[in-house]
Design a protein around this ligand. Structure first.
Ligand code: THU
Length: 156
């Protein structure tokens, strides 16, 4: 019998250790939480995607009374980014969140399975890694690529 291990390398950094570009992206994700429409969960998520053309596209979670009809912040941002700038490559995504009291989450949140799958599609399209920044109040988790968030992903 053989066994393989799947490893997800995560660099834990503080805001003031980030590059100027990463700070900009984290700021945009934090700001985007204010645009969440989350009357049911009261949990506001903001995502910001950095594109190769220099644009930063933001998204926030958009809920619906019919719960499954809502959409996560990450996919709102990704789908808009690629529909607005179909020729630009995704370079990085930052994801921030606030609880119902308006406090930033202490522990960074991580994208749901469907968002990981969607992000992986854009990583494949870019033919390069998309950096992932998961933003907590103090610590930021930095992952070099979406692949490490979705090991053994389906591929054709
Ligand atoms: N949500 C996101 O927008 N992104 C995630 O990564 C996890 C969850 C949203 C969905 C729902 O509106 C709320 O957070 C609570 O699950």
């Amino acid at each position: 019998m053989k066994q393989i291990e799947v490893v997800t390398p995560i660099l834990i950094v503080k805001y003031d250790e980030l590059s100027v570009d990463d700070c900009r992206l984290v700021n945009a994700a934090r700001k985007a939480t204010a645009n969440a429409y989350a009357p049911y969960s009261k949990f506001s998520v903001g995502a910001a995607v950095a594109l190769s053309n220099g644009e930063i596209i933001i998204g926030s979670n958009q809920e619906n009374v019919a719960y499954p009809s809502g959409m996560c912040a990450e996919r709102v941002a990704c789908f808009y980014a690629h529909s607005r700038f179909p020729d630009a490559k995704f370079q990085a995504i930052a994801i921030a969140a606030q609880d119902g009291n308006g406090n930033e989450v202490k522990q960074p949140i991580s994208p749901c399975g469907s968002c990981r799958q969607a992000l992986l599609e854009y990583e494949k399209l870019a033919e390069d890694d998309i950096k992932v920044l998961l933003v907590g109040a103090v610590e930021i988790y930095m992952l070099q690529s979406v692949k490490s968030l979705l090991p053994l992903a389906f591929a054709l």
